[in-house]
Write a protein that binds this ligand. Structure first.
Ligand code: ATP
Ligand code: MG
Length: 503
């Protein structure tokens, strides 16, 4: 019997069999990947292991003892730790206060602050997780916040660590740092369950792989004995092309023009005099390390934030003072980075979510009256075209898996016949098959004559799709590179602010 055994796990939701007699086993010191398409049941299985979700059938054994977790409190006591994608930290507290929260070392009735700080610093040193125990969490970048979550689990001596899509929000350098930590935890005898859609990460850091498909185990693979195409076939049942077919762009007139955009911030401006144009029939990619002004720039262009200086024009029309709704009418469609907050209302149905922002106009509305039938037909059509895994168009989008929710937002915005399409992290959290499809759609929209502004933390995505690449560094566009000439190395240097050597 392996150190961790999940046997015959079944979980049913209305209209969905999320886990169907799933077996998963992992040894001490093993890094085990859990893979599968969006909605395959990965997060459900991890939620069951961590006591967040109650299984309908099946059992868990750890180190030979059968366990039943009624809540994460039980799971933590049994040696489990989980790092969620949305961190659960207190921004106003320090690093050490967050780590020891609710398990503070005591001296008599008091918290032993010195001992707490010392233990956090020791753990950080031992596992190469550089943090300043006294820093205030709210001031730290995401990569550091994730380290704190890992420290929290280690402080409670987690023997099994669950990481559900931990790299989605990390920069390449932060991700490499995480892999170093994962390896040292495994070398220390801990078991890591690693959920990701990124095959190169699985190849780089895992020992074995469990592939789920439609709630069932589709394959168990040994990483060293398999390859990317075999994993993709196990997940999807077909071959998926990781290359994007596209002809050179034939750009027309400028549809999006941005001039001198500036957003003040304490210290230096968050966006500093940015000017560029995106023409009809081209994809312009914005590359940059997270936190260099890309998010703010996009928010200004989309109308979510006002600039302190500069103008935005859509097809020649000044929309600088227009809000989100005004810009939609002027011709901007927008796939936001933060889909759970800006893109959707989680209690709304798929029909309503897919209609949001378009419901006041034909064909979804006639003489000011909503045409529910037309809305439902459009929703059914988009769900089918984008392969959204959902029981029906009336289902609330809040119950969808992460990647399926992303597909809903992308489908709505791509279907919008706007002149300008802003796609921010359009494939974050979606599976390989959906990445292939969304990339194909972005190129098709370009070829229809739309102007596409692509913002992505994935250099491979920027390189695969962009006709021109703008590199942002410290709020400014410091370089423009033709897509055909850009390489991962040259962009990497530019993103680090090194202009001469890259040129
Ligand atoms: N609370 C819930 N209520 C109803 N259905 C749910 C609930 N949670 C999950 N599901 C459904 O169970 C299925 C599996 O979802 P799960 O979140 O486990 O997928 P996943 O493999 O993690 O996908 P992703 O890669 O998109 O994160 C999906 O069809 C989802 O819609
Ligand atoms: Mg998931």
């Amino acid at each position: 019997m392996a150190f961790l055994e999940m046997r015959g796990i079944v979980k049913r939701y209305p209209g969905v069999l999320a886990n169907d007699r799933v077996d998963l086993s992992a040894e001490r010191g093993e890094i085990h990947a859990v893979m599968g398409e969006n909605g395959a049941g990965k997060s459900t299985l991890m939620g069951i292991l961590y006591g967040l979700v109650q299984p309908d059938e099946g059992g868990i054994a750890i180190d030979g003892a059968v366990r039943r977790f009624r809540s994460p409190i039980d799971a933590i006591a049994a040696g489990l730790g989980m790092v969620h994608q949305a961190f659960k930290l207190f921004d106003s507290l320090t690093v050490w206060e967050n780590v020891v929260y609710r398990d503070e070392p005591r001296r008599g009735p008091f918290i032993d602050r010195a001992a707490a700080r010392r233990r956090v610093a020791e753990l950080a040193r031992r596992y190469d997780l550089p943090v300043d125990p006294d820093a205030r969490v709210g001031d730290l970048p995401v990569g550091v916040k994730q380290r704190i979550e890992i420290l929290k689990a280690l402080y409670r001596d987690a023997r099994i660590l669950i990481l559900d899509e931990p790299t989605a929000v990390l920069t390449p350098r932060e991700r490499d740092g995480l892999f170093v930590v994962m390896r040292s935890l495994a070398a220390d005898g801990r078991t890591i369950l690693f959920v990701t859609h990124k095959i190169h990460e699985v190849m780089a850091v895992t020992d074995r792989i469990t592939v789920l498909r439609d709630g069932r185990v589709a394959a168990r693979l040994v990483t060293a004995e398999t390859d990317a195409q075999a994993i993709i076939r196990a997940m999807t049942g077909r071959n998926v092309s990781l290359k994007v077919d596209r002809t050179p762009a034939v750009p027309g007139r400028p549809l999006l023009q941005v001039d001198g955009l500036t957003l003040d911030a304490p210290g230096r401006p968050a966006v500093d005099g940015v000017s560029f144009a995106v023409r009809a029939g081209e994809i312009v990619g914005i590359a940059g390390v997270a936190g260099n002004g890309q998010t703010e720039l996009v928010e200004i262009v989309a109308g979510l934030r006002a600039a302190d200086a500069g103008t935005v024009r859509v097809d020649g029309r000044d929309v600088t003072t227009a809000g989100v709704a005004g810009r939609r009418v002027a011709g901007i469609a927008y796939v936001p980075e933060d889909r759970a907050h800006t893109g959707t209302a989680l209690r709304a149905s798929a029909t309503d979510t897919l209609s949001m922002g378009f419901h006041r106009r034909a064909p979804l509305s006639r003489h000011g009256v909503l045409d529910r039938g037309a809305m439902r037909r459009r929703a059914r059509d988009l769900i089918a075209r984008f392969g959204v895994k959902i029981p029906g168009e009336a289902t609330a989008v809040g119950t969808l898996s992460g990647g399926n929710l992303q597909k809903v937002v992308v489908a709505r915005e791509l279907d919008h016949e706007a002149a300008v399409l802003i796609a921010e992290q359009p494939t974050r959290g979606v599976d390989v098959g959906a990445i292939e499809f969304i990339h194909g759609q972005l190129v098709a929209e370009r070829d229809k004559g739309r102007a596409v502004l692509l913002v992505s933390a994935e250099l491979t995505e920027i390189l695969a799709l962009s006709d021109r690449v703008l590199v942002m560094y410290e709020g400014r566009v410091i370089a423009e590179v033709p897509g055909a000439e850009a390489t991962e190395t040259s962009l990497g240097l530019l993103m680090a602010g090194v202009v001469e050597e890259a040129a």
